[in-house]
Write a protein that binds this ligand. Structure first.
Ligand code: HEC
Length: 127
């Protein structure tokens, strides 16, 4: 038998077997899946504001003036249901809510920035 052919044959078998190296087996995939899932779980509360948490604060503190559906109750308040004042970045809305504006009280100290950003996220759903 030709030695060169044998070598080629061995090389072929080594390649065929490569995916069976244990590190690429089911355990490896499980570890990758768990790591990715853990990343998603830990990243979500930090990155995404939570409008449903914001709605609870809105109902408690904002609804009396701004209305349950964003239609103003208090004279001079913007109509959130028509998107009034919502065409500005979250950071600007956050500042307005933290510092108050005109007759509207300031909410700095009462809630964290994260909680107030939840409220901002909720305001955007009223539109
Ligand atoms: C006492 C009534 C009152 C309460 C309570 C109140 N607001 Fe207001 N809000 C107003 C009025 C009036 C304005 C318009 C003020 C102005 O234009 O000078 C306003 C304006 C705003 C604006 C627009 C700010 C801008 O860029 O001009 C936002 C956003 C807002 N309110 C959010 C909230 C949120 C969120 C809450 C609850 C945490 C809240 N408000 C509570 C009366 C109120």
């Amino acid at each position: 038998m030709d030695r060169r052919n044998n070598r080629g044959c061995d090389g072929y078998h080594m390649n065929r077997n490569a995916p069976r190296i244990p590190i690429f087996g089911p355990w490896f995939r499980t570890i990758v899946a768990v790591a990715a899932g853990g990343l998603l779980l830990s990243a979500n509360p930090v990155l995404a504001a939570d409008p449903s948490a914001g709605s609870r604060i809105y109902i408690k503190h904002c609804q009396d003036c701004h209305g349950a559906d964003g239609k103003p109750v208090f004279p001079g308040a913007p109509d959130f249901s028509r998107g009034e004042k919502l065409m500005q970045p979250d950071a600007d809305l956050l500042n307005a809510i933290k510092n108050g504006t005109g007759i509207m009280p300031a909410y700095q100290g009462l809630y964290t920035d994260e909680e107030l950003l939840d409220v901002v996220a909720y305001l955007r759903t009223l539109r």
